[in-house]
Design a protein around this ligand. Structure first.
Ligand SMILES: Nc1ncnc2c1ncn2[C@@H]1O[C@H](COP(=O)(O)OP(=O)(O)OP(=O)(O)O)[C@@H](O)[C@H]1O
Ligand SMILES: [Mg+2]
Length: 239
C-alpha cells in the first residue's frame, strides 16, 4: 500500500463535502476516482495533497501520517498533482515551467535526474520549448502539466480531470502517456469524467456520490454496479 486514507471527512460550513471516505491504493496502480459533479472528488484529492486538512480521518503515505502537512512538504515526500484548472505559469515558457518544477520540486537529493528536454520528450511535448505557456493548445498544456509534475520526481501522482478538454482523437495517445508514466514507477490516482479514459486506464475505481464512497472495484465490476448506474442517472458509463 502506498497510500491509505481512513474515514476522511471534510466539510464546508454545513455541507459535508467528503464523508467518511476510506481508500487503499496499491503501489504501481492507476486508481480512478469518479462520480457526478459535486461528489467531493476534488475535495478528497485536496485532503490527500495538503490543500485541505481533513477534519476527520487519517491519511498515510508510505507508512507515514501526512495529515496536516502542506502541499510543499508533500511534494518533497513524493506526492505531486495536476489541477482541474490548469495551473502552469502562463507567462513563462514551457522550458521555464519545467525548470521551476525541477528546481523547487523535491529537493536536491531526490530531484529528477532527467533534464527539461528529456521530461518534455517523455510527455510528448512537440512544440518549441521556448513557447509561452498561455499560447499552447489544450493537449500541449496537459503534457506540460505532466512534465512539471514528473520534474518533482513524484512517486504518487494525483490527476484532476487530466483528460478533460481533449478531443476523442487525442485521447488514445494520452492514455498511452498515462500508462507510460505508471510504467516508469509512478502510482496514479486519477479523477475523471471521460469514461473511455477511466475504463481503459484504471486498474481499480472508486465512486463517490454526495461525499460518500458508494462503490469500489475493477472497471468491470463498476460498470455493472447498479448503485453506480443510478448515481449517473442513465448517463452512459462506457462510451
Ligand atoms: N472551497 C469550497 N467552499 C465551499 N464549498 C465547496 C468548496 N469546494 C467545494 N465545495 C463544495 O463541496 C462539494 C464537493 O465539491 P468538489 O469540487 O469536491 O466536487 P467534485 O466531485 O470535484 O465535482 P466536479 O466533478 O464538478 O469537479 C460541492 O458541493 C461543492 O460545491
Ligand atoms: Mg472536481
Amino acid at each position: 500500500m502506498i497510500l491509505t486514507a481512513e474515514g476522511v471527512g471534510k466539510r464546508f460550513g454545513g455541507l459535508v463535502a467528503v464523508d467518511n471516505v476510506s481508500l487503499a491504493i496499491n503501489q504501481g496502480e492507476i486508481f480512478g476516482l469518479i462520480g457526478p459533479n459535486g461528489a467531493g472528488k476534488t475535495t478528497f484529492l485536496n485532503c490527500i495533497s495538503g490543500f485541505y486538512k481533513p477534519e476527520k480521518g487519517t491519511v498515510t503515505f508510505k507508512g507515514q501520517n501526512i495529515v496536516g502537512l502542506s502541499s510543499h512538504q508533500l511534494c518533497h515526500k513524493g506526492i505531486a498533482r495536476t489541477f482541474q484548472i490548469v495551473r502552469s505559469f502562463a507567462k513563462l515558457s514551457a522550458e521555464e515551467n519545467v525548470k521551476v518544477a525541477l528546481t523547487f520540486g523535491r529537493g536536491k537529493q531526490q530531484k529528477s535526474s532527467k533534464s527539461v528536454q528529456e521530461l518534455l520528450d517523455f510527455v510528448g511535448f512537440t512544440m518549441p520549448k521556448q513557447m509561452i505557456a498561455e499560447n499552447l493548445n489544450t493537449m500541449q498544456l496537459k503534457r506540460l502539466e505532466l512534465a512539471r509534475a514528473l520534474a518533482t520526481n513524484c512517486e504518487l501522482l494525483l490527476l484532476d480531470e487530466v483528460a478533460a478538454g481533449l478531443t476523442p482523437s487525442e485521447l488514445p495517445e494520452f492514455i498511452e502517456l498515462i500508462k507510460r508514466i505508471r510504467d516508469g514507477g509512478v502510482t496514479i490516482i486519477s479523477i475523471e469524467h471521460v469514461m473511455k479514459f477511466i475504463m481503459e486506464v484504471c486498474d481499480r475505481i472508486a465512486v463517490l456520490q454526495f461525499g460518500k464512497k458508494i462503490a469500489e472495484g475493477t472497471t468491470a465490476e463498476i460498470k455493472d454496479n447498479p448503485k453506480v448506474k443510478e448515481a449517473y442517472l442513465g448517463e452512459e458509463l462506457v462510451h
